[in-house]
Design a protein around this ligand. Structure first.
Ligand code: 5RP
Length: 226
């Protein structure tokens, strides 16, 4: 993980934004570099839709004009980080527990650019634990059903609820996050479909067919994957 590479990617993505655009702002340390670089450009007539309370706070501090999906349901360009970038720009996201709002914003966007340091690019998704957002009510029952689905995908480890010092982590929407140590996800599309069928699962961190382009920060500059 390289902060300099994250910064390089974030600053390159900020150059893709034009005055007057509605821009989706991602969540995480890489997206924060994008937000800072975007604010520094001082473009006119932007409207920015943040994907988390944390990003909203940063954008507000930097003077970026904020909007919501309710007020601006169509977004021109979203720029966001990822935990893993696999073949075909299939992604794992949600390390920062913002995956639900992120996916809502991505799906409302005409174009999505994922930004990351070089270490996030992988041949097979799954080394990073897959985040799954779950309704708190009956979450242990939901976790059992998630374990059944994972077993069907030859993933033996049950997903674990995410905790911090103060107890269970809550998302901005008040839900819980389960992290599934998959090891390798051989059929991301089937796993995505199977997880969505579980009552109690709000969303999962597989972002498939959503990214149009990846800007990867390296020590030499950026690499673009499309
Ligand atoms: C938040 C995310 C982040 O984009 C992802 O976790 C990458 O974070 P970072 O840029 O800090 O490595 O999906 O839910």
């Amino acid at each position: 993980m390289s902060d300099a590479q994250k910064r390089t990617a974030g600053e390159a993505a900020a150059e893709r934004v034009e005055p007057g655009m509605v821009v989706g702002l991602g969540t995480g340390s890489t997206a924060a570099w994008f937000v800072k670089a975007l604010a520094a450009r001082g473009l006119k007539d932007l409207r920015c839709v943040p994907t988390s309370e944390a990003t909203a706070e940063l954008a507000r501090e930097l003077g970026l004009p904020l909007s919501t999906l309710e007020d601006t349901p169509r977004i021109d360009l979203t720029v966001d980080g990822a935990d893993e970038i696999g073949p075909g720009l299939a992604l794992i996201k949600g390390g920062g527990a913002a995956l639900l709002r992120e996916k809502l914003v991505w799906e409302a966007s005409s174009r999505c650019i994922v930004i990351a340091d070089k270490g996030k690019v992988v041949e097979t998704l799954g080394a990073f634990p897959l985040p799954i957002e779950v309704i708190a009510f009956g979450h242990k029952t939901t976790a059992n059903r998630i374990a059944d689905v994972l077993a069907d995908h030859e993933i033996a480890m049950p997903a674990r609820v995410r905790t911090a010092e103060r107890g269970l982590i809550r998302t901005d929407g008040g839900n819980l996050i389960y992290d599934a140590r998959c090891g390798a996800i051989h059929d991301p599309s089937r796993l995505a479909d199977d997880l969505k069928l579980i009552t109690g699962v709000v969303e999962h961190g597989l972002f498939l067919d959503l990214a149009d382009e990846a800007i990867i920060g390296t020590d030499q500059g950026v690499e673009v994957l499309a």
